[in-house]
Design a protein around this ligand. Structure first.
Ligand code: BV8
Length: 250
């Protein structure tokens, strides 16, 4: 579907969305694409074009070259700070306010959902805006960005790192438990802007399906989830989500 085409929402889906008791939403990097935040699969730009993000977002990369990894996150933190939530983010924040029960489960680390007003939210992969001690895990609120060295923990002197979940790291247990419980009890799971390839997040749609929920994929492109989704809305989330919210009957 061309990005500008009007979004056709099947009437029976519109009815199910309005009648849903518990709406859960799983978002990925695609939700922030229309805010100008590059998705993981989009080629990285400039200095970072030659790096594979999945190589950089690992404990071993930080171990091997903390300065490179720290600078990559500092660069992304600046991009994210300059970005604005888009209509898709705002639509989800509005939906949360009218739904009987609602949970937004995000894989994104950019904090744009919160800036758009979402509150009932779990961050599966942390948040790039937060920085923590790589040894103690405690968050630090201020750090010297420009010193040329990776900043160190004021308490123990260990290197600081972004408060995100790297590949091969466990997800925050409570966030994952909340996400799995929502997938097991929701009536509808919207899966928005994710390639559905990163686990354990990518296992949530199957969990929802197995528990009897309707699974709706919102993505301009096919994903491994497409074959099993109950509905597929092939369009950009910045257009599809506002159309869905506009169609909700009070
Ligand atoms: C774990 C934070 C247990 C960091 C991220 C071998 C060894 C070790 C682990 C594994 C292994 N094999 C598999 C694993 C598990 C691994 C995994 O799943 N790997 C994948 C690559 C196969 N998972 C993990 O390691 C997880 N931990 O399993 O712990 C463990 C422990 C030790 C050993 C084994 C297991 C941790 C995963 C979390 C990684 N951290 N982020 C950072 O951001 O820097 S994941 C990161 O990539 C993002 O957070 C995001 O989740 C993911 C990218 O996925 P998407 O969000 O889907 O984004 P993507 O760019 O791929 O796709 C964008 C989509 O949007 C596309 O479909 C596109 O069509 C669509 N789109 C574009 N425009 C729009 C749009 N949609 C709507 N509207 C638009 N306008």
């Amino acid at each position: 579907m061309p990005l500008s085409a009007p979004i056709a929402i099947p009437p029976e889906l519109a009815g199910s969305l309005s009648a849903a008791r518990f709406v859960a939403v799983l978002t990925g990097a695609g939700v922030s694409a229309e805010s100008g935040v590059a998705t993981f699969r989009d080629a990285q730009t400039g200095l970072w074009a030659r790096f594979d993000p999945r190589e950089l977002a690992t404990p071993s990369a930080f171990e091997r070259n903390p300065r490179l990894v720290w600078d990559w996150y500092a660069w992304r933190r600046k991009l994210v700070a300059a970005a604005q939530p888009n209509p898709g983010h705002y639509a989800l924040a509005a939906w949360e306010r009218v739904a009987r029960q609602f949970l937004l489960i995000t894989q994104n680390v950019d904090g744009l959902h919160q800036r758009a007003g979402s509150v009932k939210l779990v961050e599966l992969h942390g948040n790039i805006g937060r920085v923590k001690c790589s040894r103690e895990g405690t968050l630090v609120s201020r750090w010297d960005e420009g010193g040329g060295e990776v900043p160190r923990c004021p308490n123990c002197g260990a290197l600081l790192r972004p408060d995100v979940v790297w590949f091969e790291e466990m997800l925050p247990a409570s966030a994952l438990a909340q996400a799995e419980a929502a997938a097991s009890h929701c009536d509808i799971l919207l899966v928005v802007g994710t390639a559905a390839e990163v686990y354990p997040a990518a296992a949530l749609p199957q969990r929802a399906h197995d528990a009897g929920a309707l699974v709706v994929e919102i993505n301009p492109h096919p994903t491994p989830l497409s074959a099993s989704a109950d509905y597929i809305l092939r369009g950009p989330s910045g257009a599809v989500l506002p159309a869905l919210v506009a169609g909700l009957r009070g």
